[in-house]
Design a protein around this ligand. Sequence first.
Ligand code: UTP
Length: 291
Amino acid sequence: MKALRKAVLPVAGLGTRFLPATKAMAKEMLPVVDKPLIQYAIDEARAAGIDQFCMVTGRGKTALVEHFDVAYELEATLRERNKQTELKMLHDAQMPPGAMVAVRQQVPLGLGHAIWCARAFIGDDPFAILLPDDLILSDVPCMVQLARAYRETGGNVVAVAQVLHEHKSRYGILEVGADDGRLVEVRGLVEKPHPDDAPSDLSVIGRYILLPDVIRHLAVLERGTGNEVQLTDGMARMIGNTPFHGLRYEGRRFDCGDKIGFLEAQIAFALRRPEMADAVRTFLKTYQESA
Ligand code: UTP
């Protein structure tokens, strides 16, 4: 089994659910408390031992790559002012030379197409996918949990979560085989089914570890649900050829591509910060009382 070293971060979507904020700014640069979504995703991947990154970008997304570059003027000014804490924050975000590449998806034809755009980077290696707008609050980073499951099974592993009946039509839904309560055998996958036709209530969320074989299946570039090239369809074609499991991860997921999910994430992540938790709690209590 090959070690997991690579991650693909698709960030070429239009972010229409977050307009007007995303008119001239990438959704993945939106901060939760003080860190952009993209940095949460990169930090999570790094925690799992991943050290090679590929961003699939589109028009107006250059800030995402810049965020991981050196900021000479800013660093010089911070050094002059002896702002050590802030300097450390900048260094934590920086990428080692050559560790990140960006490829372009000129037209957002779907998540499957975005992953296919990273095919030269992926080569013959297993790789992780992290959708930065899915933010997960957990004690053990979600990608660390997935990487463990990959080492156990040697095949494809996706993070899965239980969804409400009426929300099944928003996600890729699993058809479930053997289930030990933690790992679920994936027998089938269907993208955004009608709730009454969904094979289970387990949905795929934005964390995956896939074998490179998926690229061959995506290469047909067949349009699926929503007239987009769906990653779900490419993954479904691998079922039966290689082990494929869903992992019920420990943690709470926030859909930061959605305005309510984003607001919930702000509060949940702020409450986890010792220096601001009390102030946020007091505000929520008093504001509720006065509203
Ligand atoms: P979403 O389904 O959230 O789509 O994509 P979106 O375009 O970003 O946002 P909405 O639905 O219009 O509000 C999930 C992830 O896949 C990427 C997005 O950038 C996001 O990280 N994606 C999606 C691409 O890179 N290319 C695509 O063609 C579609």
